[in-house]
Design a binder for this molecule. Structure first.
Ligand SMILES: Cc1cc2nc3c(=O)[nH]c(=O)nc-3n(C[C@H](O)[C@H](O)[C@H](O)COP(=O)(O)OP(=O)(O)OC[C@H]3O[C@@H](n4cnc5c(N)ncnc54)[C@H](O)[C@@H]3O)c2cc1C
Length: 353
């Protein structure tokens, strides 16, 4: 089941080895990492509902959320929520080149920081497509690993900032080819074969040539998955959700955002940290908040604080130490057991918030 082209569990389910997630010195499979996160959050009481949210209404409280196929004008929302955390991600743009599908993740990548260090790229000729700051950053990062890095720029100049452009052009291992595009990816003709060559074309002269290329990195932008909330919360000029710096607060109180959907710079698993669209129907139900590190963690803590404050305003004043109704649980032979033999878990808000 896909939402915005990505399976439940997020982008990491589409990749094999994650080499840069802390705590896994030998790397871990993307699917396995996400399955572990899912199990861990369920163990602490999270209810995971795998559905695509197709429509939201943030103009009234509680917020309303409709699911795909059940969002007709007369249909009641499938869920209501006191707080919503949006973590719908951003998808890397592709170019639909001939050979792209075949060699995607077998030489082609949209993330140099994620994949650049893997053995297939070591001391090999690598290519980057793009002319902006991201392309410059990716190329200089890749120069640590490849034998050479060639940046293909469609126009006759870079869009990158002056400083980045100067650093890129001065780098001894980097060549920038202006007025040049890639037209085809070529490689081994076997299952899981790797790319080995790239066909490139000079858009001014029309000349084409086939060059050695063992890696191709796209730096042509991402599309944040924000169509769902457009017009309801503030987005920036590229469509990313605007959050207050250092927080997950959006322009609507009670709506939080984390991960790639609000981060156009880092876009890493650890900075996003596995948060997905999460909602709470009861103000006391802390179980609906998935706690994880990175901006997902910030959003979880801020949403929890928001709900706790709302609860204390709406209901009886709370004592200094709140007792949560949530207890760590584990699945034993299919049955959910409480971990702590009846003792109530103490849950305190982050004192730093
Ligand atoms: C091939 C690949 C390899 C990568 N390798 C690495 C790596 O090695 N190391 C690293 O740090 N980073 C890596 N990344 C980047 C990393 O995957 C992302 O930074 C991270 O997954 C972002 O997490 P997120 O939760 O913000 O968004 P995503 O992972 O994009 O998750 C968004 C989720 O929201 C769901 N969704 C979207 N719209 C809706 C909707 N309307 N209703 C319900 N659900 C919805 C999607 O189905 C998806 O599950 C890689 C990315 C890719 C594509």
């Amino acid at each position: 089941m896909l939402a915005n082209g990505t399976a439940a569990g997020g982008q990491l389910t589409t990749t094999t080895d994650i080499e840069n997630f802390p705590g896994f010195p030998d790397g871990i499979g993307g699917g396995e990492l996400m399955e572990n996160m899912r199990k861990q959050s369920i163990r602490f009481g999270t209810e995971v509902i795998t559905e695509t949210i197709s429509k939201v209404d943030f103009s009234q409280r509680p917020f309303k959320l409709w699911t795909e196929w059940n969002d007709g004008p007369d249909n009641e929302p499938a869920h209501t929520a006191d707080a919503v955390i949006i973590a719908t991600g951003a998808n890397a743009r592709r170019l639909d080149l001939p050979g792209e599908e075949k060699y995607w993740q077998n030489g082609i990548s949209a993330c140099a920081v994620c994949d650049g260090a893997v053995p297939i790229f070591r001391n090999k000729p690598l290519f980057v497509i793009g002319g902006g700051d991201s392309a410059a950053e990716e190329a200089m990062f890749l120069a640590k690993y490849g034998s050479s890095v060639t940046v293909l720029v469609r126009k006759d100049k870079l869009r990158a900032s002056k400083t980045m452009a100067q650093r890129l052009l001065a780098h001894p291992k980097v060549t920038v080819r202006f007025n040049t595009v890639a037209t085809e990816v070529l490689g081994e003709e076997k299952p899981m074969g790797l790319m080995t060559h790239l066909r490139v074309k000079n858009v001014v002269s029309g000349e084409e040539e086939v060059v050695d290329a063992n890696g191709l990195f796209y730096a042509v932008g991402h599309d944040p998955a924000t169509a769902l909330v457009k017009g309801q919360i503030n987005l920036d000029e590229d469509g990313y959700i605007v959050t207050q710096p250092g927080t997950s607060y959006t322009s609507v109180e009670g709506v939080f955002a984390c991960g790639d959907v609000q981060d156009k710079r880092y876009r890493q698993a650890i900075t996003s940290a596995g948060m997905f669209l999460t909602f709470s129907t009861q103000v006391t139900d802390l179980a609906d908040l998935l706690l994880s590190p990175g901006s997902g963690c910030i959003a979880a803590l801020e949403a929890e604080k928001y709900i706790a404050e709302k609860e204390s305003n709406d209901e009886e004043p709370v004592t200094s130490v709140e007792k949560s109704t949530v207890q760590p649980t584990q699945e034993v032979n299919g049955e959910v057991k409480k971990e702590s033999d009846g003792a109530t878990t103490e849950y305190k808000s982050n004192p730093l918030l």
